[in-house]
Design a protein around this ligand. Structure first.
Ligand SMILES: Nc1nc2c(ncn2[C@@H]2O[C@H](COP(=O)(O)OP(=O)(O)OP(=O)(O)O)[C@@H](O)[C@H]2O)c(=O)[nH]1
Ligand SMILES: [Mg+2]
Length: 232
C-alpha cells in the first residue's frame, strides 16, 4: 500500500532502510519544530481513521474561533484537494497535500507545502493527516501535539487494536457524539480502552454537527498555544 514505509513489510522495505527513512524524517521534523516554536505557531498533527470527522472538526473550530484565532491547515489525502477546499470555504488558510500512494504525511511534504503559505502569521496550524490509524503515528511532522479523532461509530475497541496511534496521542477527540442515541456504543468502554494504551488519557467528547464540546477543544488549544516572542 505505502511505497515509503512499506507498512511494516520487511521484504518491501528492509528494516535498516526504514530506520534510515525515519532518521531523515526526524531531522526534517526537528527543523520544522524549531521554526514553529520560534514563530509562536501551535502546530497540531490531527490523525484518525478515514471519515472519523477530522475535516468536520476543523470546520467547526473555524466557525467558533475563526474570528479571534488565525487558523491554517494542510490536509493530506492520496488524491483530490476536496478537504483543502472545504477548509478554505470555512475560512481556514489551507493547502492540499496529495500523497499519491503514501498512507501518511512526512516532514518533507509538510515543509514543501509551507512554502506557499503565510504560516508565520498563524496562531494554530493544523496538519490533517491521511486517514489511517497506523502509519501516521510514527512520522514526526514537527508538531507540538498529536490529536486523534476517534468517532463513536468506529467501535469501542479501536484503541486496543491500534495502540501505537493512541500511545502517541496527547489528546483524543471523540467525534460525532450526536449519533450516540442511535448506536449501541458504550462511551465508558472507549474510555477504558484508552486508559490501557494512553499514558495519560485525555478525551474531549464533541460533535462537529451540533457544536457540543467544541468550546472545550478550543480551550485545550488555547492552553497549548506557545508564547509568541516579540521578535516573531
Ligand atoms: N452526525 C455527524 N456526522 C459527522 C460529524 N462529523 C463528521 N460527520 C460526517 O462524517 C463524514 C466524514 O467526515 P469528514 O470530516 O470528511 O471526515 P475526515 O476524517 O476528514 O475524512 P477523511 O479526510 O476522508 O479521512 C461526513 O459525512 C461528515 O458529514 C458529526 O459531528 N456528526
Ligand atoms: Mg478530511
Amino acid at each position: 500500500m505505502c511505497d515509503d514505509c512499506g507498512c511494516g513489510d520487511t521484504e518491501l522495505v528492509p528494516v535498516d532502510v526504514h530506520e534510515h527513512i525515519l532518521a531523515d524524517n526526524d531531522a526534517r521534523a526537528a527543523h520544522l519544530r524549531e521554526h514553529f516554536i520560534e514563530a509562536g505557531v501551535l502546530a497540531i498533527n490531527l490523525m484518525g481513521s478515514p471519515g472519523s470527522g477530522k475535516t468536520a472538526v476543523l470546520e467547526a473550530t473555524a466557525r467558533l474561533a475563526g474570528h479571534h484565532l488565525r487558523l491554517g491547515a494542510v490536509s493530506g489525502d492520496l488524491a483530490t484537494d476536496r478537504d483543502a477546499r472545504r477548509l478554505s470555504a470555512a475560512g481556514i488558510t489551507a493547502r492540499a497535500i496529495t500523497t499519491g500512494s503514501a498512507c501518511h504525511l512526512d516532514a518533507r511534504m509538510v515543509h514543501d507545502a509551507l512554502h506557499g503559505m503565510p504560516w508565520r502569521d498563524l496562531d494554530v496550524f493544523f496538519i490533517e493527516n491521511v486517514g489511517n490509524l497506523v502509519c501516521p503515528a510514527i512520522y514526526d511532522l514537527g508538531q507540538a501535539a498529536n490529536v486523534v479523532a476517534l468517532s463513536v461509530t468506529e467501535g469501542e475497541d479501536k484503541p486496543l487494536k491500534y495502540p501505537v496511534m493512541f500511545h502517541h496521542a496527547d489528546l483524543v477527540l471523540l467525534t460525532k457524539t450526536d449519533l450516540i442515541p442511535h448506536l449501541d456504543v458504550d462511551v465508558r468502554a472507549i474510555k477504558d480502552a484508552l486508559a490501557h494504551v494512553m499514558p495519560e488519557p485525555r478525551l474531549i467528547e464533541l460533535s462537529a454537527r451540533t457544536g457540543a464540546g467544541i468550546a472545550a477543544w478550543l480551550a485545550w488549544l488555547e492552553a497549548h498555544r506557545p508564547v509568541r516572542s516579540s521578535a516573531a
